[in-house]
Design a protein around this ligand. Structure first.
Ligand code: PLP
Length: 368
């Protein structure tokens, strides 16, 4: 008999259930060979890439034999200008997911606690457990964060608090007037990570811009990504903005070349393409309204969202409905692993994709 290698893993690692990604289109295509597949499962940009980004990568292809710029000079310069912050406040990541893990790795370990809300992004417990820390889950209210409950869970052992604003998978968000009193009360030796993966989509006037709060709250770390509104999910590039000393710490634990050359070049080009971003936001607002209207027409409840996705309540047979939609070539995201067994999360697509999804949902519901 061979050795029990699972038992050799660190205690926290043994407790991890691996992240379940949205089903890839190719996989469903292989399984079912359907003529049309619509994937609305991973909150990707439905417009396809910005042509300017594709061109920038093509021009750079010969750099493939060289290591990337490990310090990401050009991208940091572009971001510093874009955000009006010092380049020493920036840390680049292999997706913003990388930063969430670097933060846990650098600041948390056995005996420390990582705090987040019920229904929060699934990567937070993974990051905590990988670092050997204990995840602590505060109860939510109405699918959204309950900041009083979150505050009540702070202990002497709390090192990091993760807050996704807006949150994935629920699409709920915190306003400036809710967030500031909470930040005022968090002890300054606890790092608060404001995960703004979807901030570009939020139109609400009272939505806080985390970067503008950094001067007032030195213990804040804002993370953002090029995967969602900028349409670069495959390239894996994100960043954090923080106090320069926090950035210095993160810089020590990251891989020396954690963001590849094409990701860096693409991110610089993406930042410049303001037309693409504007079109993305417009498409999303229209698509979200279309989905809401569609759900209402089907008599379904949904959780109001400001992201590029929305959770719809289809009832206790959500698993079967998901399967029936897959059989029609529509990939959405079951969220039972978030303790939301009656919901499905649907990413906002372009008009035709949303229509296709809604008709597949309608058929799945009526066939039950
Ligand atoms: C998608 C997502 C991220 C990170 O995605 P990356 O592709 O790793 O940048 C981070 N936080 C939330 C809440 C997300 O939904």
């Amino acid at each position: 008999m061979s050795c029990d290698f699972r038992a050799l893993a660190n205690e926290g690692v043994q407790k991890i259930s691996p992240y379940v990604p949205g089903k890839p289109e190719d996989e469903l295509q292989r399984e079912l060979g359907l003529p049309r597949i619509v994937k609305l499962a991973s909150n990707e940009n439905p417009l396809g890439p910005s042509p300017k980004v594709v061109e920038a990568i093509q021009k750079k292809l010969n750099a493939i034999t060289r290591y990337p710029d490990g310090n990401g000079f050009e991208l940091k310069q572009a971001l510093a200008a874009h955000l009006s912050v010092g380049a020493d406040m920036l840390t680049l990541g292999n997706g913003s997911n990388d930063l969430l893990e670097l933060i846990a790795k650098a600041f948390c370990g056995p005996g420390s606690e990582v705090l987040f809300s019920e229904y929060a992004f699934a990567v937070y417990p993974l990051a905590a457990l990988s670092a050997g820390a204990t995840p602590v889950v505060a109860p939510a209210t109405n699918w959204g964060y309950d900041l009083a409950a979150l505050k009540a869970c702070i202990t002497d052992r709390t090192r990091v608090i993760f807050i996704a604003n807006p949150n994935n998978p629920t699409g709920t968000w915190l306003t400036q007037s809710e967030l500031l009193p909470f930040l005022d009360e968090v002890p300054e030796n606890i790092l608060v990570v404001l995960d703004e993966a979807y901030s570009e989509y939020v139109a609400s006037g009272d939505y806080p811009d985390g970067v503008s709060l950094l001067g007032r709250y030195p213990n804040l770390i804002v993370t953002r990504t090029f995967s969602k509104a900028y349409g670069l999910a495959a390239l894996r590039v994100g960043y954090s903005v923080s106090h320069p000393d926090v950035a210095d710490v993160l810089n020590r634990v990251r891989q020396p070349f954690n963001v590849d050359t094409f990701a860096q070049v693409a991110a610089v080009a993406a930042l410049k393409d303001t037309e693409y971003l504007a079109r993305t936001i417009k498409t999303n607002h229209e698509g979200l309204a279309q989905l809401v209207e569609g759900f209402e027409a089907l008599g379904l409840e949904y959780i109001p969202s400001v992201g590029n996705f929305i959770c719809v309540k289809v009832g206790p047979k959500a698993g079967e409905i998901n399967k029936a939609m897959l059989a029609q070539g529509v990939i959405v995201r079951p969220v039972a692993n978030y303790n939301m067994p009656e919901h499905l999360r649907v990413s906002v697509g372009v008009k035709e994709e949303n229509e296709f999804m809604l008709s597949a949902l309608k058929k799945a519901l009526s066939d039950l």
